[in-house]
Write a protein that binds this ligand. Sequence first.
Ligand SMILES: Cc1cc2nc3c(=O)[nH]c(=O)nc-3n(C[C@H](O)[C@H](O)[C@H](O)COP(=O)(O)OP(=O)(O)OC[C@H]3O[C@@H](n4cnc5c(N)ncnc54)[C@H](O)[C@@H]3O)c2cc1C
Length: 371
Amino acid sequence: MADTGVAVIGAGVVGLAVAARLAPSTEVVILERRARHGQETSSRNSEVIHGGMYYPTGSLKARLCVDGNRRLYELCARHGVPHARVGKIITAMNADELPKLDELLRLGHANGVEMSRLTGEETRALEPHVPSVGALLSPNTGIVSAHALMDCLLHLAREAGALLQPRAEVVGLAREGAQWSLTVREGDEEGSLTAERVVNAAGLEADTIAGLAGIDLDAAGYRQHFWKGSYFSVRSSKAHIVSRLVYPVPGHVSLGVHAVVGLEGRLRFGPDAEYLPDRALDYKVNEGKRAAFAASVRRLVPEIEDDDLEPDMAGIRPKLQGPGQGVRDFVIAEEQSRGLPGLVSLIGIDSPGLTSALSIAEEVAQLLDAK
Ligand SMILES: Cc1cc2nc3c(=O)[nH]c(=O)nc-3n(C[C@H](O)[C@H](O)[C@H](O)COP(=O)(O)OP(=O)(O)OC[C@H]3O[C@@H](n4cnc5c(N)ncnc54)[C@H](O)[C@@H]3O)c2cc1C
């Protein structure tokens, strides 16, 4: 008999959401390499509850973001997780960008996202400091405290009997008979744990874990690329210069440097997209980026000067897309067809992974139930 029903690898927002979803009906152990839950990507992001207008219709990102948005607001309201439905505008800075806005509006509507088109004048009435020749308004885009959300999910998981094992790094994963054997490093010691099923929610290392299980990463298309995103914050009197999330018309790798209003009244701009070829966990914000950053920021809010910006924080996106490659969807796969029954891989969970976490958990539960 296995030590546990399900071993969840990784206590980020996705692993915690999966644990909270499964624990009422299954024994769950969460293995986390850090001293606490939520120390990596899940606490280093924009904390935006995305609407879901950017992703190809029918993709997992579109479906799970739209569904996850609704589930997340419900959970926050039910459990008192700090959040705010502040709304967002995506603004066109010149007439050339207007067709892209219309395209985005069509895509959003096809994905089931509530959105409307604003004229330049209507946009300036909402955000007087944002130059605009036209914009989209997404009323259901909002912000959430990612830490409070993860605390809440951990509490729900524990209440239902789940166990979180911090400082427990999974370094081996093998199918043995009808169960899984996980080799776990805790400090200088190595031990093992057996589980009937395994959910790989290891974020930046999800491809490494898949590799430990014997999956050929290149053949499967599971190799992740690290894209760092840095933020600068506005600490001057201009911290209240906008009252909504303000985005440009999106670029190819990221949604573009945008204005992120925080629950505590902090205003940040970011993230940019910097490729990390050596996959180093480098979270330092390079001060030397200030001038280039300020130039992008001024396209959105011209009154922001270089001196108004201070280096803030950075996060790293695990993307399936390398430089110059096309945009990829989330991978959520039960690996029976590779001879690995009971292993669920969650690969390339970049944005909108925070928004989608509760729906990803639902998807995982259905995959495991079907087996
Ligand atoms: C700059 C940036 C901005 C973003 N903005 C948004 C946004 O506004 N809205 C949105 O919806 N999404 C956003 N995202 C995406 C979102 O943050 C992620 O999709 C989400 O946090 C992924 O959660 P996760 O649980 O999969 O990963 P993580 O939070 O990385 O959790 C994985 C966990 O696994 C652990 N782990 C790794 N390897 C092992 C191992 N071998 N053994 C044990 N544990 C292990 C790690 O320590 C970590 O705690 C953004 C991401 C970035 C980087």
